[in-house]
Design a protein around this ligand. Structure first.
Ligand code: SF4
Length: 378
């Protein structure tokens, strides 16, 4: 399991190594045929700040080689804001006295239909808070089955599950799972996640292993930028990605680097603020490190910045997102998990991407592929 591997890595030592990188290390990383973790640390280090132009060019080249000029579009559907966890940075945390909603099957149908009326989305991400008692595996399975009637590619971002649960959800039509570690700093993880299931660091950090064991087709990972030193956290994410690619090589991987935004409870201020320039540097570095990984940006980011990065390494974007359950049709004015920055409609986002020469892809998976993969998994 990755937790064993992670225990061999020392947080402070990793931080020291990143900040001791020199411009010579950056130049060497840019010339390397295949980037290793040491090269990656050089590319995200302060020493690389003067090398953004060559990094952007390399990132663009590798992206074109692997993805052409395509940009995949997806949309999230929040099913519930009910949660038993107490993540300090989240407006949905259990002690926050807000109206709680769990969409019914009928409401999920309405939301799917409303999304379909926005744009020809075929990729949907079903998102829940973590409440195994009121929105457990059976509820998620039902939601996946409903969504599958409307969308070819159904992913979930829900509480970490057992491998047999992931496997059974595949039977309901599941194609992918996203689970952010938030931070890999084991010593400080419980400061942000003091109670509830999410307080169990190992259970969460080993979730991608369990997805791999269940042969989930696509695994999404990320850290929440704003908790700990982003360079060290991202290096741990890079280790995690390499580890998973070695162990579960038939799976596709995606990464996302959400920057903490103001939540409804308002109290939590990010410990670390990442600038647009630093996010660009990180995105280029990740593409140079891993040519195949899908790099995803959400509507947390500003429209102009998203458009800019769409030509330089990003391969998937969300559009038209509502981060509140029922936000598309049922309860259009309810509470958001976080506020979006890019509030353009999906069609406006797609038009902007086309003007930039992108080939907008609403559908990159067909349900007939599910049947083929099922035969391969047996
Ligand atoms: S981040 Fe997720 S698990 Fe944590 S309180 Fe918010 S909804 Fe719950």
């Amino acid at each position: 399991m990755f937790s064993d591997y992670l225990d061999t890595l020392n947080w402070e030592h990793t931080t020291e190594r990143i900040y001791s990188k020199t411009e010579a290390d950056v130049v060497r990383a840019l010339r390397a045929e295949k980037c290793d973790i040491e090269d990656f640390m050089a590319l995200i280090s302060p020493a690389a700040e003067g090398y953004l132009e060559p990094m952007a060019r390399a990132s663009q080249r590798y992206t074109y080689q692997r993805y052409g000029k395509t940009m995949s579009m997806f949309i999230p559907l929040y099913l519930t804001n009910s949660c038993i966890n107490s993540c300090l940075y989240c407006g949905f945390h259990a002690e926050n006295h807000i109206p709680r909603t769990i969409l019914t099957p009928e409401q999920i149908v309405l939301e799917c239909q409303a999304i379909k009326s926005l744009a020809p989305f075929e990729n949907i991400l079903l998102v829940t808070g973590e409440n195994p008692y009121r929105a457990g595996v059976e509820y998620i399975a039902e939601a996946v089955r409903i969504a599958k009637r409307y969308f070819d590619n159904v992913k979930i971002e829900v509480m970490p599950l057992d491998a047999p649960d992931y496997k059974s959800l595949k039977g309901s039509g599941l194609n992918g799972v996203i689970c952010f570690q938030e931070t890999y700093n084991r010593a400080r993880y419980n400061i942000y996640h003091p109670r509830g299931m999410k307080a169990n660091f190992d259970w969460r950090v080993n979730a991608p292993d369990r997805m791999g064991q269940a042969a989930v087709h696509s695994i999404g990972m990320g850290v929440l930028i704003g908790l700990e030193d982003w360079r060290t956290d991202i290096t741990m994410l890079a280790h995690h990605l390499r580890y998973l690619e070695r162990h579960y090589w038939r799976t596709r991987y995606s990464v996302n680097f959400p920057r903490l935004r103001p939540a409804e409870n308002g109290g939590f201020q990010p410990n670390v603020v990442m600038s647009d320039k630093e996010l660009a540097q990180l995105t280029f570095a990740f593409r140079i490190f891993d040519h195949d990984v899908d790099i995803s940006y959400s509507t947390r980011e500003q429209a102009a910045f998203r458009d800019n990065m769409a030509t330089l390494g990003v391969t998937t974007v969300s559009a038209g997102s509502k981060t509140d359950p029922g936000g598309y049709a049922t309860y259009p004015q309810s509470l958001e998990q976080f506020s979006v920055s890019d509030d353009r409609s999906p069609v406006e986002v797609a038009d902007a991407l086309k003007r930039l020469g992108r080939e907008v892809v609403w559908k990159d998976w067909d349900r007939t592929f599910d049947l083929w993969r099922d035969t391969q998994d047996r």
